[in-house]
Design a protein around this ligand. Sequence first.
Ligand code: NAP
Length: 484
Amino acid sequence: MASRVIPVETFDLVIFGGTGDLARRKILPGLFRRFLSGQMPADARIIGAARSDLDQAGYRQMIKDAILEFGGAEKEDAVCLAKFLEQLNYTPIDAKGEAGWKALAGMVRRDVVQAFYFSVAPSLFGDLAARLHSHNIATETSRIVVEKPFGRDLETAKALNKSLADHFDESQIYRIDHYLGKETVQNLMAVRFGNVLFEPLWNNHYVDHIQITVAETVGVGGRGAYYDRSGAMRDMVQNHLMQLLCLIAMEPPSQFGADEVRDEKLKVIRALQNVESHHIVRGQYDAGKDGDGYRHDAENPRSFTESFIAMRCHINNWRWAGVPFYLRTGKRMKSRVSEIAVVFKDLGHSIFEGDEKRHRNILAIRLQPNEGMDLQVTIKEPGPGGMRLIDVPLDMTFAEALGDDAEDVTDAYERLIMDVIRGNQTLFMRGDEVEAAWAWTDPLIQGWEARNDVPKTYEAGSTGPEDAQMLLHRDGRRWRDLKV
Ligand code: NAP
């Protein structure tokens, strides 16, 4: 079963920061895969732009190396890779000065879809937006793509939004949260709103609680100094986990349109209760068998920044009243797992004599590894011996279920970039969503800063601090295992 690829309109995509890590590891390898799939028109053009003094050949070589290293390109793709590189250009530019802008203006076509990817530090967003206009490059339909971090609190996010809004309409701004581009995350919406089975159960009558986990095995090494100014709350919860929470909890939009979906997500964020301090556990990893501790990695021996956070949240609305949402994310954890688990309530009464075990249906949506879903159901244990019940997963791993099409499950970036070209903002964060998320997060961060809260240590390679287990034990619940 081969997937149907619909080519997009032709485009000029300028990647500011075209020599940077994100461009080389994600954006350009992703574009190459779209090229291989036949989605990229032959006259589409990609223009890398950065300060480095490279010529066309030098840039093409840099990106060829990057695609071979990060893009999964095989030897037999060599001919295709050479063709793809022919569509790639480079122009040196300084976001903070006038150098290079005239040349860029001469390169970008005005009669095709124009997209400008700001793959640079957020401090340059305002300069780029302003110069795209002062040099008469952007049009009323050009799109700009910006990356996280989108601010470090409400005030800075508002300032960033303003620096873009001064030059571009909200309908032109694409704020990337790559979690939203993941196949499973979109499947979450398909499962919820495309099946009659789940929606009637999706409320406080049937759902006991929901767990959202994003656990990483890697530490902060390499970007320790950056991370130390941020922490798990800013780096993961305010954006990725919050977006997952919104998608799982939102009301059905009237249609799958950008503003309809984003309006519903915004309502969820605005309905979030403030989290009490005893419902938040902050942690910092200690040295483990095969690595140093956080403070060493962050090069800050007195750091109070959290590399782990677990919290219990509530959504103040009719559907979710009384249902806890437990969020946890951390670095240097036992295994790399991202999943959302909807844990349904116990049966009120069991008709099976001697069956004292608690059986629960759990719908687990796995973002990584093995993108897919499983639904835990209770069945009879096979064989003689009466009605003994066991819980088994009905497993759908996309790679198995979809065969060849599973290749499309690879990377969120390529899907999101094609959405930019198509002009579809559904999977991008709107400015008011980002601000609402910071408005909820800020008081929590300010609270622990004012208390001089010291994160609990946890052993690297573990499931996090003991207090995180207690957070659920107190409620008579437990975290799902972090399976390897
Ligand atoms: P990076 O490796 O430091 O690259 C920065 C890019 O910006 C380089 O191409 C640099 O090239 C260019 N640049 C710097 N100053 C410039 C200026 N004045 N004018 C024009 N170009 C300039 O950073 P990155 O990791 O690619 O990250 C880019 C953005 O994506 C950041 O906002 C980051 O937070 C975000 N992000 C990155 C990742 C990731 O995996 N890397 C993930 C999520 C979000 P020259 O030095 O040649 O000018």
